[in-house]
Design a protein around this ligand. Structure first.
Ligand SMILES: Nc1ncnc2c1ncn2[C@@H]1O[C@H](COP(=O)(O)OP(=O)(O)OP(=O)(O)O)[C@@H](O)[C@H]1O
Length: 672
């Protein structure tokens, strides 16, 4: 039961008040307990409360394990069962049955014991009254988050559903209540070792949550929301309902005033460090047994202190210097606050090793012991101990000298060995029955369970990664095949251009003829009738740009007009624009294309024909022009210029005059 108010803008205030009395009233008392003054004056709301009341009190009698009677509401005799074992409610899919055992109630939820009939274990049935039915989208989002969270130090989420005005979710059942209740049980205070062990587990849970991308912020860490399984000393973070993926900064004010970092009040946005602040308050409560800001009587007073940077009064009761420094850091400014991971690495939380007795002869003289380092460094050191000749101090000193043990544990391990010696000294008591050894075995077993779970999670992760890698490999192979194919096609095209070039330059050479007969685009080209080292003007284009013999009807591309024309060389100082424009014209490319080529050349500081001539072979590739454009430019430069039936347009060159406009005979060039 939480006696301190819970600020939540998403929870109906009336319901807080309703649950804030100490009587653990079942839901059916809602209608009578609620103060009408704090209820919304709305008939439909009041009706829905009544509906919920009736629903809850409706006696759907079901056998907890068999579910008999569940589908047709037939009343079966439960008189043999104790009241607490009676079944009150069934989940929509009939997997979970709620028993008549109230585990507790908080500011906005009531928690009952339930049974998972599929797995056969007990679970916690959390019932939250809502003013409105959450949309499926909202619910799916929250459920998605909760289901994705799996860690030994976080209460497992199993299932969720909603009825009218009620949201139910089923979680792992914790047997020993909250950390807050437990602290009070360990009067006067839990010792340092226990505080460290609890803290380590809370921090591990936080490191896990904050390690998500984006981080999951719990937003309501406090000792009331941390639960204990007393038998194994296991600690788990619960009440994940308020956690939310951090997408940038959050602006929702939600939490418990005493545990809320100043930036949460400011509404300027906050990040996962608010959980570290709240952890600092938990540490303070564990170390002092006092609720932080107990000196304040209302949230407004707390807010005033927090925003003025005034720390809780009980901080003055923390005597352990390292503990004090960590708490101060947690409660300090956000940018100086350590991450949960950093705090976990702090020497205060370094795991103290356990010493266990493994073997003993019947006389308890020859003992075999083992130092077990839990947590991060899973080391263990096994050693023999002769009760008649050895002492704990001397054996530990030797192990430190031999660097088998770190020196900082000298005192602790010596103490532990002496404890075992004292225990074994007691005759007639079988070693196995000793509570301390039993406790350690349990510790190890639960550590083993945790490690198994971690291993399973890691294995799943590795399998997942392997599947992804295989997928990437397949994609890479596919891309490689496509690349090879493209290269092959490119090479074919280059060869084709080469042979066409050759055919144009040496029209009667065998290779040119051969290639012209084998390459499909070239097959359409007539073989030049005579060879000439100088280029001959075979056909003169008419005013329409077509050969004067009329062999090319106007709809045929002029490139097929076999007209050659020798033109003057371009001077080195010819403007590159002029040269390129001519070149494009000769290659039947538009002036826009010419400008594009020109721009690319000028980007490489090629401003004149001379600059172009100075280029080395390897520089050409870096210009960023297509193979076709490069070839056109190179051929033009080498003087392989032929008129191609294109109308002779006057050169527009001004600064540097262009030679008579020339054309490059293009073999059906690919589209640019
Ligand atoms: N998983 C669980 N196993 C056992 N008991 C539980 C579990 N969850 C909650 N409880 C019990 O129910 C009580 C109410 O739960 P809880 O404090 O989470 O409610 P709440 O409405 O979220 O309150 P608050 O927001 O003030 O923390 C707890 O104090 C605890 O005794």
């Amino acid at each position: 039961m939480t006696s301190h108010p819970h600020v939540s803008f998403s929870t109906p205030a009336g319901l807080h008040e309703a649950y804030d009395d100490d009587d653990l009233a079942p839901r059916k008392r809602l209608d009578t307990d609620l103060d009408p003054a704090i209820l919304p004056q709305n008939d439909s709301y009041i009706n829905s409360v009544y509906a919920a009341t009736n629903y809850a009190s409706y006696d759907r009698t079901i056998d907890p394990y068999s579910g008999l009677g569940s589908t047709h509401n037939e009343i079966i005799d439960q008189s043999g069962l104790p009241d607490s074992e009676k079944v009150i409610e069934l989940s929509p899919d009939e997997r979970y049955v709620r028993l008549n055992t109230l585990l507790g109630k908080g500011a906005y939820k009531v928690v009952y014991k339930a049974i998972d009939r599929e797995e056969g274990y007990e679970v916690a049935w959390n019932s939250v009254q809502t003013m409105r039915t959450p949309s499926n989208k909202e619910l799916d989002h929250e459920i998605q988050i909760l289901k994705s969270v799996r860690h030994p130090n976080i209460i497992a989420f199993h299932d969720a559903w909603h009825n009218d005005n009620e949201f139910v979710f089923v979680t792992e059942l914790m047997t020993s209540g909250t950390l807050r209740e437990y602290i009070r049980k360990l009067k006067p205070l839990p010792n340092l070792k226990i505080v460290k062990r609890w803290s380590r587990q809370i921090l591990k849970g936080l490191v896990y949550l904050h390690g998500h991308n984006p981080p999951i912020i719990h937003r309501d860490i406090k000792c009331d929301n941390i639960f204990i399984n007393g038998a194994h000393g296991e600690v788990k973070i619960g009440d994940m309902g308020t956690a939310e993926m951090k997408l940038g900064k959050k602006y929702t004010l939600i939490g418990t005033p005493e545990f809320m970092a100043p930036e949460m009040y400011e509404e300027q946005g906050y990040n996962e460090k608010v959980d570290v602040y709240a952890f600092g308050m938990c540490l303070l409560e564990m170390a002092t047994g006092e609720y932080p800001y107990a000196e304040c009587t209302n949230p407004a007073q707390i807010y005033k202190k927090v925003s003025a940077g005034i720390k809780p009064a009980c901080l003055g009761n923390v005597t352990h210097p390292e503990m004090l420094s960590i708490i101060n850091n947690c409660l300090g400014p956000e940018d100086e606050r350590m991450s949960a991971e950093k705090i976990l690495e702090h020497s205060l939380f370094a795991v103290e090793p356990d010493v266990i007795l493994m073997l003993s002869d019947p006389n308890h003289v020859h003992l075999t012991m083992q130092v077990v380092f839990k947590g991060m460094d899973k080391l263990s050191v096994k050693f023999d101990f002769n009760v008649d000749t050895d002492t704990a101090e001397q054996v530990v000193r030797e192990m430190i000298e031999e660097q088998v043990l770190p020196e900082r544990y000298q005192q602790h391990i010596t103490k532990e060995i002496n404890r075992i010696l004292r225990d074994t000294d007691k005759p007639d008591e079988p070693v196995d029955d000793k509570p301390s050894v039993w406790r350690r075995e349990n510790d190890i077993r639960s550590e083993l369970d945790r490690t198994r779970l971690e291993l399973q999670q890691t294995t799943e992760h590795v399998l997942d990664m392997e599947a992804k890698v295989e997928d990437y490999e397949a994609r890479a192979r596919n891309a490689e095949a496509k690349y090879q194919e493209a290269m092959h096609r490119l090479r074919e095209k280059q060869q084709l251009f080469q042979s066409l070039d050759e055919m144009v330059s040496h029209p009667h050479s065998e290779s040119a003829v051969a290639s012209s007969n084998t390459s499909s685009p070239a097959n359409t080209l007539p073989v030049l009738p005579s060879s000439s080292t100088t280029v001959e003007h075979r056909l003169t284009p008419d005013s329409n740009g077509y050969a004067s013999d009329g062999s090319h009807p106007p709809h045929e591309p002029p490139s097929n007009a076999l007209v050659s024309h020798l033109v003057d060389e371009y001077g080195d100082d010819t403007d590159i624009d002029v040269f390129v424009r001519d070149c494009a014209l000769a290659a039947h490319r538009s002036q826009e294309k010419a400008q594009e080529w020109s721009k690319k050349l000028q980007n490489q500081d090629i401003m004149t024909v001379g600059d172009l001539r100075d280029l080395h072979d390897e520089d050409w590739a870096g210009i960023g022009l297509t193979v076709f454009a490069l070839r056109a430019l190179k051929n033009m430069l080498k003087g392989k210029r032929l008129l191609a039936g294109q109308p002779l347009l006057p050169s527009t060159g001004t600064a540097h005059s262009s030679p008579a406009t020339s054309a490059y005979l293009s073999p059906s060039p690919p589209p640019q």
